[in-house]
Design a protein around this ligand. Structure first.
Ligand code: THU
Length: 134
């Protein structure tokens, strides 16, 4: 598998935790941070950005990934997600958004005190993707 060494996964998770400090989440009061690691070692961070029109809210993962892509970095290795809860993993919309950029992207998140690594394909099997349309 493509999983990261534990220390690298933890480092990325810590970056996501710092990113959560910039949250704009006045409606949910639920800060989330995300950190994207590119294949050439760059890190791009994001946080959730909410809106008075609730459905316009954008999750931390999509902000971080959008930041990487918009900066010309499309080769994505891993994404870590942080929230101040026991367990968090990317929502369905974010899973679909992430898998666009590679089945093997490693998702790092905390689940009941443990740092878990799963590929996005493991989190979104039988997905609809550009391969579906090929
Ligand atoms: N949120 C994320 O940022 N990422 C997820 O994967 C799940 C949910 C945010 C959206 C909203 O601002 C808050 O968490 C509560 O749903």
């Amino acid at each position: 598998m493509n999983y990261l060494p534990e220390s690298a996964a933890f480092k990325l998770f810590e970056e996501a935790k710092v990113a959560a400090e910039n949250t704009y989440s006045p409606y949910s009061g639920f800060p989330v941070g995300a950190a994207v690691l590119t294949k050439d070692g760059k890190i791009f961070c994001g946080t959730n950005i909410e809106n008075a029109s609730y459905s316009v809210t954008i999750c931390a993962e999509r902000i971080a990934l959008g930041y990487a892509i918009a900066s010309g970095n499309i080769q994505i290795k891993a994404i870590a997600i942080y929230s101040n809860t026991d367990s968090i993993s990317p929502c369905g919309t974010c899973r679909q958004f992430i898998i666009e950029f590679g089945n093997d992207i490693v998702i790092i998140f905390r689940h009941e005190q443990e740092l878990i690594q799963k590929t996005i394909h493991e989190l979104l099997p039988f997905c609809f993707s550009k391969e579906t349309m090929a």
